[in-house]
Design a binder for this molecule. Structure first.
Ligand code: GAL
Length: 448
């Protein structure tokens, strides 16, 4: 069981659920551009309709209410609330104001993500995260949002998963905007993104009374196969926070979280990236390390490790007979929610909130008209058990399941389903899956 005030929530993101991509003055985002190129998306789908949440937001809130969550994490589309002249768009803001009001009426706390990957195309055309002024644009955007929503929403996440923005968008180029960065550009873009975070934190503190703030990276912890082997556990910790120059370096933890929580990049960063490091001033580091309230983290998978005879780590390529996620990167490693929070807490010493966790399944509507997804329930139960276990040792404040709905799973399109609610894309019907009712029970009972 979790504490009485533990926050059970559900999460979504603007481009993945809203639809209505050209209504009420919304401008194009990099995802509108990316999806318009044939073959970029597995099934050639795009965000035109998806869950139709721009229209059906009141139904969304009804569903959340029935689920019993205390909080709903959703993101704002920058492209709805700021126009191409960098001025506020009231029609777009009204949508989020109405959504917040509806949530509050139903005793559900809004948790707002400012940036969940849908950069305005006009800003991308000016260089996106490589533009040295991007943090000023982001500061202005954060200012507009929090002036409009501050009286309804106190909890903010500045940026979702910088790791994925850069690794999939600028190393492998399989996400928008799909432009390759050199290492030097990457380090500059990462630094600019962290400045966006810092400036937004300042603005949120200024505009919102009793605010809480954080950012939501993702990670795959190194999970020891033997919890009693101290050397192994220590090596897994070190592995998790490694900062090496390797192809996936933008996918790691410490390169973002050390500056935010500890006030500087890791020592290893300065050694590994010599020659490519951007100009990092003392003022930048002070800005980036504005105090935040929580360590948010999105967790889906981890990697098991054991020790070889010479005491080197060796990755174990097995998953103990758990169900397998229907997407290549989703191996089921429940202890992710034990060791991930444990290691983060040891290093950064702040309360933890799991901002995403969920399972991708090949869901079908059965002949009885229902969607039976025992694998997803199994996943949520196993992961939450591990989170309960660590919550006896460190401060864990909440858990947001990904996702409320099946939705647009980026380059995998509509094929890959993560929802507690099935979306029938042929007619827009929403069918609560078995896991919806199981999660409802968990919330009612305060744990597993
Ligand atoms: C995260 C992302 C979400 C969602 C989820 C499942 O990386 O923040 O938008 O796509 O993964 O893949």
């Amino acid at each position: 069981m979790f504490n009485k005030d533990f926050i059970f929530g559900a999460s979504t993101a603007s481009y993945q659920i809203e639809g209505s991509i050209d209504k009420d003055g919304k401008t194009k985002s990099i995802w509108d551009t990316y999806t318009s190129v044939k073959c970029n998306i597995l099934d050639n789908s795009d965000g035109t309709m998806v869950c139709d949440s721009y229209i059906k937001y009141k139904d969304d809130v009804k569903i959340l209410k029935e689920l019993g969550v205390k909080a709903y994490r959703f993101s704002i589309a920058w492209t709805r609330v700021i126009d191409e002249n960098n001025n506020p768009n009231q029609l777009g803001l009204d949508y989020y104001i109405n959504l917040c009001k509806e949530l509050i009426k139903n005793d559900i706390k809004p948790f707002i993500t400012l940036y969940h990957w849908d950069m305005p195309q006009w800003l991308e055309d000016k260089g996106g995260f490589l533009n040295d002024d991007i943090s000023d644009y982001f500061e202005h955007y954060a200012d507009v949002v929090t002036k409009a929503l501050g009286e309804y929403a106190t909890d903010y996440i500045t940026i979702n998963e910088p790791q994925v923005i850069f690794t999939l968008g600028h190393v492998y180029c399989v996400h928008a905007p799909a432009t390759k960065f050199t290492d030097k550009e990457m380090l500059q873009a990462i630094h600019n993104l962290l400045k966006c975070h810092g400036k937004a934190v300042k603005v949120i503190r200024k505009n919102v009374k009793n605010s809480t703030v954080g950012f939501a990276p993702c990670s795959r912890p190194a999970v020891p196969t033997d919890k009693n082997n101290e050397l192994l556990v220590k090596k897994c910790y070190d592995k998790y926070f490694e900062c090496k120059r390797e192809i996936e370096f933008p996918n790691r933890v410490a390169i973002y979280s050390d500056p935010v929580f500890l006030g500087d990049y890791p020592k290893e960063y300065y050694e590994e990236f010599k020659g490519d490091i951007p100009n990092i001033t003392k003022e930048d580091l002070e800005l980036i390390s504005q105090p935040v309230d929580y360590i948010y983290q999105n967790y889906y998978s981890g990697n098991y490790y054991s020790l070889e005879e010479n005491n080197n780590l060796s990755m174990e390529d097995f998953c103990f007979g758990y169900p397998e996620g229907n997407i290549d990167w989703l191996q089921v490693v429940p202890e992710t929610l034990y060791y991930g929070p444990k290691f983060l807490y040891e290093r950064y010493k702040k309360p933890i909130i799991i901002s995403e966790n969920g399972f991708c399944n090949n869901d079908v509507i059965s002949l009885d008209g229902k969607v039976h997804d025992p694998e997803r329930t199994d996943y949520i139960q196993r992961y939450l058990l591990e989170l309960e276990r660590i919550s006896k040792e460190i401060e864990v404040k909440g858990y947001f399941v990904w996702s409320l709905f099946d939705n647009f799973e980026w380059n995998a399109g509509l094929r890959k389903r993560f929802g507690l609610v099935y979306i029938d894309y042929r007619n827009g019907n929403r069918i609560k899956k078995d896991s919806f009712f199981e999660y409802q029970k968990i919330i009612k009972n305060g744990g597993i």
